[in-house]
Every structure is written in C-alpha cells, then in structure tokens.
Design a protein around this ligand. Structure first.
Ligand code: DGT
Ligand code: CA
Ligand code: CA
Ligand code: ZN
Length: 620
C-alpha cells in the first residue's frame, strides 16, 4: 500500500520544482505569477493535509475513486487527478517533466525547506557556483565559497553549513507520528497470518520514542518461512536487504528499514524484552542478571552454573526472575527505572515504579483551534467530533489572539463574543442531548454515543501571545472572563536564553495565565525551538501553579521526555493537548500521552485527566 507520507512527499517535490522554475521567470512581470504562487501553495497545503490524515489515501481512492479524493478537505480536482495518477501508475508525469528540466537534486534539497534553505537559496547557489546536490553545497560552504555569492554572507554560509550537518544527523530518523499508521497496519496484517500467535512492533516504536531509526517486528510462529516470505513480498517493500533462518531485513518504499524476527512461543518473552530495548536498558538488565548468577539474552534467562533455562516465554517472568516489577516500555531508557522496579527494597524506602498515565485517561483537551482563526472547523463541529469520535468530555477553544496577524488572531471584543457564543452553544448542546435521551427512552434505543457523556462542555479560552518583554497581547480583565488561558511565544524566536526564559517566567507569574503552551517552540527535525532554561521555568511554574503543556502534535512534542521527568519530579502539573485545528488531530493525543509516559508522568500529574469542573478548580 502507498503510504500517505509517500504521496505528500511527491506533492512537496512538485511544489519545490515549480518554485525552482519560477525563479527563472521572476523578472517577467507576467500574469501567471500569482497563478504560480497559488499553485505552489495548493500543492504544499495538500501535502500538509495528507500527512495529517488518519485514513490512508490509497484506501480512500480504492473505495471511492476520484470522488473520494476530492472529498478530502482542501483537495482540489487538479491535484486529486495527480494523486490518482500516482496511485495507479506509481509516478506523476508532471513531476517527471519538471525534474528533467533541472540538474538540481530536488529529492535531496526539498527536505531542507523546513530549516530555511528553500528553492530561492538553492537556485542562487546553483546559478552562481554550479551546485547541484547537498554534498556540493556542504563542500562549498566548508571551502568558504558561498559567502562571496551576491546575497550571501559569512554568517549565512555558516548557518547553511550548520543546518546541513544537523539535517544529516537527524535525517536517518522518522517521526513516530508519520509512520505510526503504517507500523500498525503491518502489525495487524502480520498477526492475521495463519499460525501466528503474536505479532508486535518492538524497538523504539514500542517505547513510543518521538523518532524512529527503523521498525522492528517480532512474530511468534512455528513456521518462520511463511512469515518471512509474506514480509519480504509486502507491497510496501522496496528491497529485501537480507534474509536468514529467522530474520528478514527490508527497505520500505518510504526509505525506512524494517526488521523482522520470528521466534517460537517459548522464547517470546525474552525476545520481546530484548528487542524492545533500549540497548542501555538491556545492558542494565544483563548486569543485574550477572549479579544474581544468571545470564540474560534474547533466548531467555539462564542459570550461569548449569546453563539451565529459567524463564523465556513471558516478559513479566524475565523481569520477575531478575527481582524486578515489569517495567512499561516507555520507561526503558536506563534512567533509573531498574532501581525503582526492584521488588526487594529497604522497608522504609518505598520508592516504587510510577503508575503511568493511561492511554485512555484524558477527559478533555486544553488546546483546540476553531475556524474563528486558523482552525479548519467551526466550534460546534469540532466539539461534536471531540465528543462523538474521541469520547472527550470537554474541549477548550484556544484561538490565537490579535498579535498573531498571520492566524487572524482575535482582539478583545472578538474573544468576548466567542466566549458568549460558546456559552450559547453549551446551552444548545445540552438541550440536544436531553432531547436525544428523551427520544431514546421513548424508542428504547441505547446509543453508545449518549453513553459516553451527556454533559459535554465547551470551555472558553485563548492562546495569547507572549510579547518580547513577557507581557501579553490581551489585558487581564478580558482574560479573566475566559475559562482557561494558555500563553505562548510566537514571535522573536532568536533571543538569548536568558531573555527567552524571562519571557516565559513573566508569563507564568501572570495570575491570568493558567498554562504555558508550546514551552520550547521546537519542530522536530526542522526547528530547534527557542533556548529555554527549563530548570528555572519549572521552578517558577511550581511556585506559581502554572501548568506546562505537553503539545501532543507529533512533530512538536515541545517538552522532551527529560523535561517532563523534571517537571513531574518537581510537582509541576502538565496538560496534554492536541493543538487540534481539525478533529483528526485529536488522534495525536496518543503521542502526547506516550511522551508523558516516557517522562514518567502519572495520571495525577496531568490536569486534563480530571473532569471539567475539577480541572477548572485546579487552575490558579
Ligand atoms: P532506533 O531503531 O534507532 O529508533 O532504536 P531501537 O531501540 O529500535 O534500536 P534497534 O532497532 O537498533 O534495535 C532494537 C532493539 O534490539 C534495541 O532497542 C535493543 C536490541 N538490540 C539491537 N542491537 C543490539 C545490540 O547490539 N546490543 C544490545 N544490547 N541490544 C541490541
Ligand atoms: Ca528500531
Ligand atoms: Ca532494528
Ligand atoms: Zn498553538
């Protein structure tokens, strides 16, 4: 099956190629110029949409053909036709033609757009120095040739070099959220093969790490050949890299490597433990084994004296034999988890493994955008979807405020209008639910929807801008009329760490601010985020009762696992938010929870595991 990532990749390349070509035509003041700009934008937007779609585009196409593609929000007919061509023929003639007209290696360069090396820069370097690929540019930068090109400088040359090098370092890794649907689909298909007793994606995927180096599958079966043959001939496979008696390595169409290991049932537990990793966690376990006169490897735990196999079929057994409680995969990074898991401990020193926040424990979402600003759905529609498709009990509408002109931020009056609109909507929803309940009582239908929650609530809020000096763009007398207020930095990203930290601290000290949204501003693999002294911020958050946000969008996850761990240890509360601009984004909450678990967060650390009233009472 063609992944959404592959489709969005080819669309991005087309956008890039058009923009590259447009550089040549720049001087002609032709009518087509705005048309071209529009076209580039349309390709990029479609790529964004498809990247974030929860359903597979090829499946949509197989079911409903072109009509299905056009029904995806924001996809026009022209691009839908290109997608159809890609699905049915494996390529897009238009893209091939564009590629033929340039010697620039777009497949390499388009990745760098996100870090600010776009078609304009690349074209300029191509025209003046004849550079065609990443290695060319890197070498020219190292040799100091770029600084003398008109429009470039020593500083710009340095920044290009730094960006390429950091890109190369990260580029082997894929975002968890980008590949999550693909990994799960393959997992399901493997478990459905006859004779398979268990099939599970292990490695960094099972640990919910924010980026993956490769995908690792572990399958339990007595007929490894059948499983390996299936795996090697899946439609997603680009190339079979290697094959052994129980292992197969492939490269997938999206460029990722995937490993498969097939084991008999009696080795499942130890193989699961070993291949879930991390390597560092495994090393720590092996040390514990040795200290107990045992030996641990992927086949089992053995008595070192007589080589007798003691445990191997269940993962819990492996931990148990080593004197440990079972450790959740998200914690297996050798950050002290094996100490907490020890069953034998001094009588008074009752430190225990934390009871991590559950994947289904969120009752609300504290950062949601609506079409009043840059969201894609009306408040009512996104609220209904939150309730009916995701079982949430409440959402907070936190649209951008006036200083974010790009997102058509709301001013004071609009914010208050919106809050009024929300309270009217709540009344209406309540009546609707009561009406539906009445109807159900009369007809005897018991719909699952009304079982989820009858008192869904929309709360009013805002994502206010933290200005350069740490003040907000909306005054407190307005903010205090809203249910929940989040504050975030959206401007002046490159300030020294002290300045940036002080902005966030000043916002935290503001009694009107409940949550710091986007505490680091990073975009994984694209933008480092602003420098923040997290220790200082966490201390202030603790003293002021300010909540820090775990932004669940998988390319953001502003707080890294280590930040979360530090916050939790200091008693700072967290909010796990989707930052939804469309209801499909609520699906991202899973990644926020995964990240929170990697930071050892318990249910009590996360305010939106509380009901709406309790959550509101917990705010400052
Ligand atoms: P990744 O793929 O870079 O996101 O990270 P992992 O953790 O999935 O690493 P990977 O795919 O190399 O290996 C999967 C697991 O298998 C790893 O977490 C632990 C185990 N493993 C693989 N190679 C070694 C090794 O050389 N030594 C040890 N102790 N464990 C290994
Ligand atoms: Ca892996
Ligand atoms: Ca691997
Ligand atoms: Zn936001």
């Amino acid at each position: 099956m063609i992944s959404n990532a592959a489709i969005s990749r080819i669309l991005r390349q087309i956008a890039y190629l058009i923009e590259l070509e447009a550089q040549d035509n720049n001087k002609e003041a032709d009518k087509n110029k705005s048309n071209t700009v529009f076209k580039i934008r349309a390709y990029r937007r479609t790529a964004d949409i498809i990247e974030n779609l929860s359903s597979n585009v090829e499946e949509v196409y197989n079911k409903q053909k072109l009509k299905g593609l056009i029904a995806i929000p924001s996809i026009g007919k022209a691009i839908a036709l290109k997608i159809e061509e890609y699905i049915t023929t494996g390529k897009i003639e238009y893209a091939e033609e564009l590629k033929k007209r340039t010697t620039i290696n777009v497949e390499e360069f388009y990745h760098l757009e996100g870090v600010g090396i776009g078609p304009k820069t690349v074209k300029a370097l191509h025209d003046s120095l004849g550079l065609n690929n990443l290695t060319d540019v890197e070498r020219a930068a190292m040799e100091g040739k770029i600084r003398s090109v008109p429009g470039f400088s020593y500083k710009k040359e340095e920044s290009i070099l730094k960006k390429i090098q950091s890109f190369k370092k990260d580029s082997g890794r894929y975002l968890l959220g980008d590949v999550y649907p693909l990994v799960k689909q393959i997992e399901v298909r493997l478990s459905n093969i006859k004779g398979v007793k268990n099939a599970i994606a292990v490695g960094s995927f099972r640990r919910m790490k924010e980026t993956l180096g490769d995908i690792d599958y572990l399958v339990v079966s007595d007929t490894p050949e059948i499983i390996m043959d299936y795996f090697a001939s899946m439609p997603e496979v680009d190339q079979v890299v290697g094959k052994g008696p129980s292992k197969t390595f492939v490269k997938l169409n999206n460029g990722m490597d995937a490993d498969l290991l097939v084991v008999p049932e009696e080795s499942f537990g130890s193989a699961l433990q070993y291949f879930t990793g991390s390597k560092e966690h495994d090393v720590a376990l092996r040390k514990i084994a040795i200290s107990k006169g045992l030996r641990l490897n992927e086949w089992g735990v053995y008595d070192d004296n007589n080589n007798r196999l003691i445990a191997s079929s269940k993962e819990e057994e492996v931990y148990d034999i080593l004197g440990l409680e079972w450790i959740p995969p998200e914690m297996r990074e050798n950050k002290g988890e094996t100490d907490l898991a020890k069953k034998e401990r001094p009588k008074d020193g009752q430190i225990k493994l934390p009871d991590l926040v559950d994947y289904n424990s969120l009752k609300g979402d504290l950062q949601v955008h609506s079409s009043d600003t840059d969201g894609m759905m009306s408040i009512k529609d996104i609220a209904l979807a939150a309730k009916e498709k995701f079982g949430l009990e409440y959402i907070v509408i936190t649209d951008h405020t006036k200083n974010l002109a790009l997102a058509h931020g709301l001013d004071e009056n609009h914010l208050l209008d919106q809050a009024n609109k929300i309270s009217e909507l709540n009344d209406k929803l309540k009546n609707d639910f009561e009406y539906n309940n009445e109807k159900e009582r009369n007809t005897g239908i018991d719909s699952c929807i009304s079982n989820i929650s009858n008192n869904f609530r929309i709360l009013s809020g805002a994502e206010v801008n933290i200005m350069k000096d740490g003040s907000l763009d909306i005054p407190s007398n307005i903010l205090d009329k809203l249910d929940v207020v989040g504050a975030a930095i959206h401007s002046n990203f490159s300030q020294p760490v002290e300045v940036q930290t002080n902005r966030l601290i000043k916002a935290s000290q503001n009694p009107s601010v409940d949550i710091i949204f986007h505490p680091t501003g990073r975009i994984i693999n694209k933008r480092d985020g602003y420098p923040v002294n997290m220790e200082r911020l966490i201390n202030v958050a603790k003293d002021t009762g300010t909540i820090l946000e775990v932004d669940a969008h998988y390319n953001r996850l502003d707080l890294k696992d280590d930040h979360i761990q530090m916050a939790v240890q200091n008693g700072v509360k967290l909010a796990i938010d989707s930052d939804a601009h469309h209801y499909i984004h609520f699906a991202f909450l899973t990644f926020g929870i995964g990240q929170a678990r990697r930071g050892w967060a318990k249910q009590s650390d996360v305010v939106n595991t509380l009901s709406a009233d309790k959550m509101m009472n917990s705010l400052k």
